[in-house]
Design a protein around this ligand. Structure first.
Ligand SMILES: NC(=O)c1ccc[n+]([C@@H]2O[C@H](COP(=O)([O-])OP(=O)(O)OC[C@H]3O[C@@H](n4cnc5c(N)ncnc54)[C@H](OP(=O)(O)O)[C@@H]3O)[C@@H](O)[C@H]2O)c1
Length: 376
């Protein structure tokens, strides 16, 4: 039998019917919990700095319409299906945006963002798992919910809590993306990692995370002011500005070397940036490259250097489920800080009706630690 707190018959959700017409808040039937899912009351949902570009078609992310967009979120379980063993109504959870097919976990996509690139992911996003977190309630696959230790995370520091707010917890998602890449290339304590571009939302999160993991950081980017801020926040962070001169930039990185890992989180606009080549050229023998950016086309790579230096090139889409559990443990134990502890702060909190302002604020507040929340 499903177990639930009292769910209203209808709820408010943001709906995208066509990229040619604006998003609209609609009154929809509240989803019900059945086998294999839970219904979550969404409290705080992530807004990407490039969210508007997705939902107005500038970044042509495919998705079946109509649908409710969204991102990873923090929420409370509102109803559980009959096969849930660990969740109960009222429980605080992290809702992960990566939906994986149960019968083939290599089939995955980001619910409410894009429908992935396989026939299986398109099928899931079309038939069953279409609507995301820009809504009061979301039906979530059981395996996309992660229980959070509320007493520890939100509790008063005087009684052993970490004193975080719900909004602070949302930054776990921002950290998860680079964590997926770091774990994939096995970043180790004491290693030196080059992060580029290190000035955007995921790049700056990568810097905080690498420091918490005990790595030395070389932060590379175009924006000198943001690089200065990053250098000022930790003596273990060195910076290199992208000048466009591969040889000079490589030499500037190598001064802080040897570089063990190069983590790239380039947006599509950086496809012809020289930092990718200088990043690869600056790696020590057996160095690893983690490619996590959003570049759609091809890029040139220094083939011979990769061969003769035994370099390893890894691509990573998001992260694994075990990475999520591990990062939550790091946060609950205090190893990975949130909020003031790492200079992360919410720059704007918006209701569903204020989606337009939310996308503007997210674009304008994409510096170190800055983020924007939709609170449905
Ligand atoms: N693999 C995955 O699973 C995954 C997950 C999430 C996101 N992503 C990708 O990660 C990318 C980065 O996301 P984001 O939210 O951090 O930021 P974003 O808004 O997409 O990009 C901003 C960052 O890119 C830099 N940049 C922009 N144009 C550049 C250029 N021409 N040359 C060099 N650097 C340039 C900016 O530097 P300035 O400060 O100099 O402007 C800033 O550091 C996204 O585009 C997305 O596709 C991948």
């Amino acid at each position: 039998m499903a177990s639930e707190s009292s769910l209203p018959p209808t709820h408010r959700a943001l709906v995208l019917r066509s990229i040619d017409s604006p998003l609209k808040v609609e009154q929809l039937e509240t989803p019900k919990a059945t086998s294999g899912n839970v219904v979550v009351r969404v409290l705080a949902a992530n807004v990407l700095s490039y969210g508007r570009e997705i939902f107005d078609g500038t970044r042509p992310y495919p998705y079946p319409k109509p649908y409710t967009p969204g991102g990873s979120a923090i929420g409370r379980i509102a109803a559980v299906g009959p096969d849930s063993t660990v969740f109960a109504p009222g429980q605080l959870v992290l809702v992960d945006v990566v939906v994986r097919a149960r019968d083939d976990t290599s089939t995955n996509y980001l619910i409410g963002i894009h429908n992935g690139f396989s026939s299986g992911s398109v099928k899931l996003a079309t038939d069953e798992w279409r609507d995301s977190t820009y809504a009061e309630y979301q039906k979530v696959p059981l395996e996309n919910c992660y229980g959070l230790d509320e007493a520890r995370l939100l509790g008063d520091p005087a009684s052993g809590g970490l004193g975080y707010s719900i909004d602070d917890l949302l930054y776990i998602h921002r950290l998860l993306v680079p964590f997926g890449g770091f774990r994939d290339v096995d970043l180790k304590v004491g290693e030196t990692i080059l992060i580029a571009p290190a000035t955007g939302p995921y790049g700056t999160a990568a810097v905080s995370l690498a420091l918490a993991l005990g790595a030395n950081v070389v932060a590379m980017g175009r924006n000198g002011q943001v690089l200065e801020k990053l250098a000022a926040s930790s003596s273990k962070t060195k910076t290199v500005q992208i000048t466009g001169d591969v040889e000079n930039d490589t030499a500037a990185i190598k001064k802080h070397g040897p570089i063990d890992v190069f983590f790239d989180i380039s947006p599509p606009m950086a496809a012809s940036s020289t930092h990718i080549k200088s990043g690869i050229l600056s790696l020590a023998h057996s160095g690893r490259v983690s490619l996590m950016g959003g570049i759609a086309g091809d890029i040139a790579i220094p083939y011979a250097v990769i061969t003769f230096n035994d370099l390893k090139l890894h691509g990573k889409f998001m992260y694994e489920r075990k990475d999520i559990r591990m990062l939550i443990k790091m946060v609950e134990s205090g190893v990975m800080g949130l909020g003031d502890k790492i200079g992360a702060r919410v720059e704007g909190k918006f209701g569903l009706d204020e989606w337009d302002q939310a996308f503007t604020a997210a674009k304008e507040n994409a510096g170190p630690g800055q983020y924007v929340v939709i609170a449905p």
